[in-house]
Write a protein that binds this ligand. Structure first.
Ligand code: UT7
Length: 373
């Protein structure tokens, strides 16, 4: 029988710096009242100069491993979902692999914008269900503040930075990720994008001058699309898992706009009390929003082992999706594992040694090249 993919560890990394609506109102023509009324957002977190998508992802990853009682070298695969990766390449997941010292893990990035965490969770879960992997780390991490035009009131009010991570583990015990619905519609490519810096519009002084390296969004259209798909995807995921909506304890939606979540609740005829909403304090952290909201639900005692929940989201692409999950919690017995900072130190030493060995090999092999090479 194929093993089940359980969520056994979780962690977040939230930048300390808070930017309030009042502060934004000093930069663009807007007000705290307008932002709160139209989005439900009061404040968001913004990464400091030395925080990046990889550093936030690494922090969240180490916390998630600690909860799961797992060591980095136990990991088989790391998937980072991000719309604001450290580089175009290499993958941010490889940087996380190096920084936590996950010596046996494959690593890649997945781009499905704000729906990315749901995509990554399902890809990770399927590698477990197929028997290929036992321990998978799935991370959503964003520093969208670096791609935000702080003079564009249509976007700068919305986004925030942060990261969240889950550990997925194989177990014969039924539960974990029960279903997934992943959808896309690329005809909406122009509704939400960062147009420059890719192969279509390579970065140049012109693209920077024209601000094409910033997030561009048709907010109204994205809003309409979101309100259409959130309830529908939730229903489809529940049907696929054969779990009636009444038996779903909690819905953890992508945190983009309180009004979108309210519309989903109306569409499903489910009370808002059964939704986790924290957009007020973090804004839209894109692919990190679902794991951050999940960790908050756990901290508040709203999510317990055995609960059946739905993750549902939408984003650029266009993409949308949902998953039904039976919540597990740690499955390994508590054991003495070194604290996260010791992994960081060991991983740093390991990385330096690997770089040194590569250098030495270069020197040795360099002298063996035949003349003229
Ligand atoms: O993860 C996915 C990411 N994206 C989203 O989720 C975005 C989804 N869309 C939204 O959340 C909403 O569309 C926004 C919050 C972006 C905008 O709210 P809205 O209620 O759809 O406003 P609107 O775009 O229809 O604009 C209404 C008015 C416009 O003025 P006029 O044309 O009626 O005179 C805008 O120019 O509000 C104006 N406006 C603002 N006014 C004050 C737009 N942004 C602002 C602002 N402050 N920040």
């Amino acid at each position: 029988m194929s093993p089940y993919a359980h969520i056994t560890g979780w962690g977040t990394s939230i930048p300390e710096k808070v930017v309030t609506n009042e502060e934004i109102a000093k930069m663009v023509d807007t007000t705290d009242d307008w932002i709160r009324e139209r989005t439900g957002i009061r404040e968001r977190r913004v990464a400091s100069r030395d925080e990046t998508t990889a550093s936030l992802a690494t922090d969240a990853a180490l916390k998630a491993l600690e909860v799961a009682n797992l060591r980095p070298e136990d990991l088989d695969l790391i998937i980072v979902s991000s719309s604001s990766p450290e580089y175009i390449f290499p993958a941010t997941a490889c940087l996380v692999q190096d920084r936590i010292g996950a010596s046996k893990a494959g690593a890649f990035d997945l781009l499905a914008a704000c729906t990315g965490f749901i995509y990554a969770l399902n890809v990770g879960a399927q590698t477990i269900r197929s028997g290929m992997n036992k321990n998978v780390l799935v991370i959503g991490s964003e520093t969208l503040s670096r791609f935000t035009n702080w003079k564009d009131r249509g976007t700068c009010i919305l986004f925030g930075d942060g990261a969240g991570a889950f550990v997925l583990q194989a177990s014969e015990e039924p539960g974990g990720v029960l279903s997934s619905v992943l959808r896309s519609d690329g005809s909406g490519e122009n509704l939400l994008s960062i147009p420059a810096g890719g192969s279509f519009m390579p970065a140049s002084s012109e693209t920077v001058k024209d601000g094409h390296h910033y997030i561009q969004m048709n907010g109204r259209e994205v809003f309409r699309f979101a309100t259409r798909v959130m309830a529908q995807a939730t229903r489809e995921a529940a049907e696929a898992a054969q779990v009636p909506l009444e038996e779903i304890q909690l819905i953890i939606p992508h945190q983009a706009n309180r009004r979108i979540i309210e519309a989903a609740a109306r569409g499903l005829d489910i009370s808002l009390d059964r939704f986790i909403i924290n957009v007020e304090h973090y804004g839209n952290t894109s692919t990190a929003s679902i794991p951050i909201a999940t960790c908050e639900a756990i901290d508040q005692g709203r999510l317990k082992s055995g609960d059946r929940i739905v993750f549902v989201g939408f984003g650029a692409g266009l993409t949308w999706g949902a998953s039904v999950v039976q919540w597990s919690g740690p499955i390994l017995p508590k054991r003495r594992i070194p604290p996260p900072f010791s992994y960081r130190i060991w991983a740093r030493i390991r990385s330096l040694l690997l770089r040194l060995v590569r250098r030495m090999e270069g020197l040795i092999w360099g002298s063996h090249y035949p003349d003229g090479w």
